[in-house]
Design a protein around this ligand. Structure first.
Ligand SMILES: C[S@@+](CC[C@H](N)C(=O)[O-])C[C@H]1O[C@@H](n2cnc3c(N)ncnc32)[C@H](O)[C@@H]1O
Length: 281
């Protein structure tokens, strides 16, 4: 039987050859998954023997990663804001940068006492469910065009014990919505259509296109959301959206044109504006 150390070296070499960005880390995560090991096991006992079936599974997973499938989609799980979320090819892989949108929303909730949250384009449910888990007084509704995504969001709501405070509905943006909300949150698709084919394979091949494509100028979804948001906001309510790199001014202008003023900003891990908040003037 091969040792963990030998398998890790093989995996790292295969992933390096395939051009994967973090080959050692990814090999370790895949071995942990294949052999049901904790990080501490691999650090403390690198010479431990790995069973033949686990080694076969590991090699299969490494080949998938070599084809640039993200580790999260291979193991079916992604950590977001300290919680685990089921993911699949039906949903966008939750991004660490989206945690700045969560921080901005929590500040709004705490300052203005929001109680009902609407999440447009909920995907895996990571934004809505994180907010509900962080603030136990909230209830929420998540909307998505994709039934497959909503199935994942429902399983995540169940796993986090949040089903009783969370509704999920299928439709285009506000189409299925009949109430008003204190906070509307969205991380809509915001990549320019022409740019999608030049994105790294992990994104272009494994995130759903309808989670990425923001139309010719990347702003189509913001136009739709800014145009209708006022009709679905309770008095004093806020809208908070994630934006792509360099979209700060254009998205602010769109909301301004629709009767909103800026009400806060969140920066991503590299210090760029990544989340914007607005309220009705
Ligand atoms: C960028 S992903 C965000 C997923 C998740 N909220 C997150 O932050 O990781 C955008 C989501 O919007 C959904 N979507 C795209 N167009 C939509 C529309 N017109 N109405 C509702 N949902 C839409 C996609 O299916 C996708 O799940």
């Amino acid at each position: 039987m091969p040792t963990a150390k030998e398998l890790l070296a093989e995996g790292r070499a295969r992933l390096t050859a395939a051009g994967v960005a973090a080959p050692a880390l990814d090999a370790r995560l895949l071995l942990q998954h294949a052999a049901s090991l904790a990080t501490a096991d691999l650090v403390a006992y690198p010479e431990m023997a790995v069973s033949a079936p686990a080694a076969v599974t590991f090699h299969t997973l490494v080949e998938r990663r070599a084809l640039r499938e993200p580790v999260s989609k291979i193991i079916g799980m992604r950590e977001f804001f300290g919680r685990e979320f089921e993911v699949s090819r039906a949903v966008l892989d939750p991004r660490p940068d989206s945690e700045s949108l969560i921080e901005l929303c929590l500040a709004i909730i705490d300052t203005h006492g929001a109680r009902q949250v609407l999440d447009l384009g909920t995907g895996s449910g990571n934004l809505l469910l994180t907010l509900l888990a962080e603030r136990r007084h909230l209830t929420g509704l998540g909307i998505d065009l994709s039934q497959e995504a909503l199935k994942i969001a429902f399983r995540n709501a169940t796993a986090l014990g949040l089903v009783s405070r969370c509704d999920l509905m299928c439709g285009r943006w506000f189409e299925p919505v009949a109430e008003r909300f204190d906070l509307i949150v969205s991380n809509p698709p915001y990549i320019e259509t022409a740019v999608i084919d030049s994105l790294q394979p992990e994104v272009r091949l494994f995130d759903p296109r309808k989670a990425l494509d923001g139309g010719p100028d990347g702003l189509e979804c913001y136009r739709a959301i800014a145009g209708e948001a006022a009709s679905f906001l309770a008095p004093g309510g806020h809208v908070a959206v994630e934006i792509g790199d360099g979209q700060d001014a254009a998205v602010t202008q769109l909301f301004n044109k629709n009767g909103f003023e800026s009400a806060g900003k969140g920066l991503d891990l590299s210090g760029k504006p990544r989340a914007l908040a607005f309220r009705s003037v």
